[in-house]
Design a protein around this ligand. Sequence first.
Ligand SMILES: CC(=O)N[C@H](C=O)[C@@H](O)[C@H](O)[C@H](O)COP(=O)(O)O
Length: 229
Amino acid sequence: MNALLAAVRGRVIVSCQAYPGEPMRDADTMCRVAQAAAAGGAAGIRAQGPEDLRRIRAALDLPLIGLWKDGADDVFITPTVEHAFEVAAAGADIVALDGTGRPRPDGRTLAQTVRAVHEHTGRLVMADVSTYDEGVAAAEAGADLVGTTLAGYTPYSRGGPGPDLDLVGRLARDLPVPVIAEGRIHTTEQAAEAIRRGAHAVVVGTAITHPTSITRWFARAIGDACPPG
Ligand SMILES: CC(=O)N[C@H](C=O)[C@@H](O)[C@H](O)[C@H](O)COP(=O)(O)O
């Protein structure tokens, strides 16, 4: 097995991302968040945007999954080959990209995109998918690993408050490549269950690195528990 994949096997990868307009949307801040996650035992970091990736690459010697969210269209995770090349140039070891079957803005197929990343950058490709069929197709298209990242984020996939652990289990059982459990994993129990179901590694973002969401969860729970009056 590839050394990078071996290094994250059975471990947590922490996604360090802030959204446009948020107070933590700043490369130095994201780098510090990544360093804090590393101190807690993160086996790898997932981060977005060339600037954040460059900063994190310079500060940490951990496997780095990079992506670039761009565009409001359906395909927004590293939508074109040019985005993928930039992500690789910024220091990502693994380029994460949309692995659904939807049309890509540059007109390339997923297989053509994966091949281009392999040939021009030598990096591994993580295909972010939303369904079982997309996972199978992504592995056939040459993706080195498949993530359940987009489950619940396409109009035709299953959403819900928690992670799609059934999807994780089915893909892990059937795919010839490692499956990464990612998306709405909010508790340690869910993360452990993903590993039990065969996930190679677990990516956790919001529950570790997004204080606004975490605060909202507590505020809502306390509000619901508060007696009226
Ligand atoms: C759908 C989408 O755009 N997902 C993004 C992918 O990089 C991130 O916004 C998520 O935070 C990441 O996938 C981790 O998931 P969660 O934050 O639920 O643990």
